[in-house]
Design a protein around this ligand. Structure first.
Ligand code: PLP
Length: 440
C-alpha cells in the first residue's frame, strides 16, 4: 500500500472525504488521490517520492512553477517580520499600484483572501451601486462557492436559479439568472424579460471551469454592449485568467473593459489571496469611504502580499515571459493532438496563453458547455490514470483546465508527449461508452 493510500484512509476519518476541497478527492476519475510532499519547478513529488510533471499548478496559481526562489525568499523575509498585523502596510499599496498598472480598469482594488470572497464582494458592490438585486451568470462558469453563485445550470434563456447544493436558500438564488456561455441570444432573452432589474453580468471571460472554453469573437463585446444598454455592470471574473492569459488578463487580450474585475490565484503567488476592483467612483462605495460593508482579519496580510508581489515582479521583468509560455503551450497541445490522431483517438483541444483544455470528442471545436458535457468521460478517466502512472499530473476531472508554467521546458514537454502516446495507445481498444455529466 502506498503512503497516499494510507494517508487517504486516515484522512477520511478526520476530514470530510479526506480532502479540503472536493475535486481533490479524485471523485471525477476514481482511485486514490495522490498526497504530495513538495513541489519544485514543474514537478510535484508525492509521499512515496514519485515525481510528476504538474499541469494543475495549484489550479492555475503557480505560473512560475513551484518554490520559485524569489518568491520563497520574499515569503521568508516577510515572515521574519511578523505574519499579520491587521493594519495597513506599504507593500499592499505597492501591490495595488502594480495591479492598476496592468489592469487600467482597476483604478482601486480591495484585497481579500480567496476568489470566492472576491466574487461575493463584487456582487454586493454591483447590487449596491445599481440598486438592483438580480445577477446573471453562465452555465458552467464557476465563481467560487458563495450562495448566490452556487447555482446549477438550467436550460432555456430565462432560468431562475436552482441551488446546486443543499443549504443554499432558494429565495437567495432566485435572484441568480443563468444564460448560455457564448450565446448572446440567451443573454438578450433574459435582459428583454428582466433587464432593468439586473445589477450585473458575471462571467469568466475565458471559461476555465468547464475545461477551457474560449469566448467566440464578439461574445465579450456583446456582453459589454448589453450591460451598457441596460445600465447593468459587467464583472469579469479573472481569478484564473488574470496574469495568466497575459499581463493584462483577458480584458487586455480581448480589449473589452469590465466595470468590476475579480482576481485571485497568481496575485497571491501561492498563498490565499483574492481581489476585486474597478473605477474609483465605484470602489469608493466600499466601506470605509462608502456604505457597502466588506472586511477581513487577514485581508492583505504581509506574507500573501509578499508572495504575490514577488511573483508579479518576476513575470514583469522576464522579457518575452508570456510569448514564451504561449509558444510552449501551443507546442504541448499540438504534440498531444498529433499523437492522438496517430492512434485514431478523437481529441479536441483549446488553448489561450498558458491555459489549455483537452476534450475526448468526435464533435466540432468546443465552444459550448453542452459539447463539453457530451465528451467521452470514460476515455478521459483512462487517459488521466495512464498519465498519472507515468508521472504526469493533470487535473483529476474532465471539466478542469490545464496550466503550463514558466518552469516547464522541452524535457517536460517531450516526457508528456511520450507518456500521452502510450496513454492514447492504451485507450484504443477499450470500451469508450459515452457518459453525460450529471453533476459538478
Ligand atoms: N472564480 C474562478 C474563475 C475560479 O476558477 C475560482 C476557483 O477556482 C474561484 C472564482 C474561486 O476561487 P477560490 O477557490 O480562491 O475561492
Amino acid at each position: 500500500m502506498s503512503r497516499s493510500d494510507l494517508l487517504f484512509q486516515k484522512a477520511q476519518n478526520y476530514i470530510p472525504g479526506g480532502v479540503n476541497s472536493p475535486v481533490r478527492a479524485f471523485g471525477g476519475v476514481g482511485g486514490t488521490p495522490v498526497f504530495f510532499n513538495r513541489g519544485q519547478g514543474a514537478y510535484l513529488i508525492d509521499e512515496d517520492e514519485k515525481s510528476y510533471i504538474d499541469y494543475v499548478g495549484s489550479w492555475g496559481t503557480a505560473i512560475l512553477g513551484h518554490a520559485h526562489p524569489e518568491v520563497v525568499l520574499a515569503v521568508q523575509k516577510a515572515a521574519a517580520n511578523g505574519l499579520s498585523f491587521g493594519a495597513p502596510t506599504a507593500k499592499e499599496v505597492e501591490l495595488a499600484i502594480k495591479i492598476n498598472q496592468h489592469f487600467p480598469s482597476i483604478e482601486q482594488v480591495r484585497l481579500v483572501n480567496s476568489g470566492t470572497e472576491a466574487t461575493m464582494s463584487a456582487l454586493r458592490l454591483a447590487r449596491a451601486a445599481t440598486g438592483r438585486d438580480k445577477i446573471l451568470k453562465f452555465e458552467g462558469c464557476y465563481h467560487g462557492h458563495s450562495d448566490a453563485l452556487l447555482v446549477k445550470a438550467g436550460s432555456g434563456g430565462l432560468t431562475f436559479g436552482v441551488p446546486s447544493s443543499p443549504g443554499v436558500p432558494k429565495v437567495l438564488v432566485q435572484e441568480t439568472l443563468t444564460a448560455i456561455f457564448n450565446d448572446l441570444d440567451s443573454v438578450e432573452a433574459v435582459f428583454q424579460a428582466v433587464g432593468k432589474d439586473i445589477a450585473a453580468i458575471i462571467v469568466e471571460p475565458v471559461a476555465g471551469n468547464m475545461g477551457c472554453v474560449l469566448p467566440v469573437p464578439g461574445f465579450l463585446q456583446g456582453l459589454r454592449e448589453i450591460c451598457d444598454r441596460y445600465q447593468s455592470l459587467l464583472i469579469f471574473d479573472e481569478v484564473i485568467t488574470g496574469f495568466r492569459v497575459g499581463r493584462g488578463g483577458a480584458q487586455g487580450l480581448y480589449g473589452v473593459v469590465p466595470d468590476i474585475t475579480t482576481l485571485g490565484k497568481i496575485i497571491g503567488g501561492g498563498l490565499p489571496v483574492g481581489a476585486f476592483g474597478g473605477r474609483k467612483i465605484l470602489m469608493e462605495k466600499m466601506a470605509p469611504v462608502g456604505p457597502v460593508y466588506q472586511a477581513g482579519t487577514l485581508s492583505g496580510n504581509p506574507i500573501a502580499v509578499a508572495a504575490g508581489l514577488a511573483t508579479l515582479k518576476v513575470l514583469e521583468s522576464s522579457p518575452g515571459f508570456y510569448a514564451d509560455l504561449e509558444i510552449k503551450t501551443q507546442r504541448l497541445v499540438a504534440g498531444l493532438l498529433e499523437r492522438a490522431k496517430a492512434q485514431d483517438i478523437a481529441l479536441k483541444a483549446t488553448q489561450v496563453g498558458s491555459l489549455f483544455g483537452l476534450f475526448f470528442t468526435e464533435g466540432e471545436e468546443i465552444t459550448q458547455l453542452q459539447q463539453v458535457m457530451g465528451c467521452h468521460i470514460e476515455q478521459f478517466k483512462q487517459f488521466f490514470h495512464a498519465l498519472l502512472q507515468q508521472g504526469i499530473y493533470i487535473a483529476p476531472s474532465a471539466y478542469e483546465a490545464g496550466f503550463v508554467s514558466a518552469a516547464h521546458g522541452d524535457l517536460e514537454l517531450q516526457a508528456t508527449w511520450d507518456a500521452a502516446e502510450k496513454a492514447f495507445a492504451s485507450l484504443k481498444h477499450k470500451d469508450v461508452s459515452k457518459e453525460v455529466r450529471l453533476s459538478n
